[in-house]
Design a protein around this ligand. Structure first.
Ligand code: CNA
Length: 239
């Protein structure tokens, strides 16, 4: 049996699938990831993306933070449409087969595809709030603002995104752990599995059907029961 046939059989037999994904899930929607050859790391900036998308940059170089954030992260995500991977996951959830999507992505595409139980480990570009008074703002307001988005109280409007150097929401992490511990199949897709603590979630899986669908090799390939190095949208459209 081919890997895809095995995966198809596992999925057909299961009603407790959990998916854990990253930026590679959205590249087929036209949003660049960080580490692929055409990802944001390979483009020329004064600083690597992880330096810019950090708490230090937001507070110390606020202009540059928002220039990069709006142009390279928000604008492409708002233009993007879900792809076959997002839609397939939503379909499995509707059929009662998939329990949760745990994502490192901040682009909102799983919800756009119809997924309901989406745990956003790194937050979302869709929500924003004033760092002084807490007032909430939508993403269109942030994108339309000139330079640094400012609240009427004078504070800076920041994204509800977990930046580098910032902590994850422990409620979301604990919920993710519970889903993974109980999962029958854990499918991990489109993530280089190098960003912690998110990447460490894989250790909580207790089953024997750990599936990795990622274009490039990862340091966790050796622990997976099934590894497919192909585009996730293409793989999922065959299931
Ligand atoms: P990453 O480190 O950029 O890794 C992406 C991985 O996906 C790489 O190993 C690629 O080989 C693989 N990949 C790329 N395209 C595909 C595809 N079509 N099918 C299968 N695999 C593919 O991204 P991670 O998510 O692992 O890193 C975590 C960071 C990146 C998180 O904090 C994200 O918030 C952040 N990020 C998010 C987005 C988004 O929301 N769409 C975009 C860019 C970066």
């Amino acid at each position: 049996m081919s890997e895809i046939e095995t995966l198809k059989q596992w999925i057909d037999e299961s009603n407790n699938i959990v998916f854990f994904g990253g930026a590679g899930v959205s590249t087929e929607s036209g949003i660049p990831d960080f580490r692929s050859v055409d990802g944001l790391y390979s483009q020329k900036y004064k600083y690597p993306p992880e330096t810019i998308v950090s708490h230090t940059f937001l507070t110390k170089r606020t202009d540059e933070f928002f220039e990069f954030y709006k142009e390279k992260m928000v604008a492409p995500a708002l233009k993007a449409k879900p792809n076959k991977a997002h839609y397939k996951l939503a379909e499995w959830e509707k059929q009662g087969k998939l329990k949760a999507v745990i994502t490192q992505n901040i682009d909102g595409l799983h919800q756009a595809a119809g997924s309901k139980e989406v745990l956003e480990l790194h937050g979302t570009i869709m929500k924003n709030y004033c760092d002084r008074c807490g007032k909430k703002y939508d993403v269109d307001h942030v994108l339309a603002s000139d330079g640094v988005p400012k609240c009427e109280c004078g504070g800076t409007i920041r994204p509800d995104v977990v930046l580098y150097e910032e902590g994850l929401d422990m409620n979301v992490m604990e919920k993710a752990v519970r889903y993974i511990e109980r999962a029958d199949i854990l499918i991990i897709g489109g993530t280089s599995l190098v960003v912690y603590p998110a990447a460490g979630l894989i250790q909580y899986y207790r089953g024997k059907k750990l599936v990795l669908v990622n274009l490039s090799e990862t340091s966790q390939d050796q622990y997976a029961d099934l590894v497919i190095h192909e585009k996730i949208g293409e793989v999922f459209s065959k299931l």
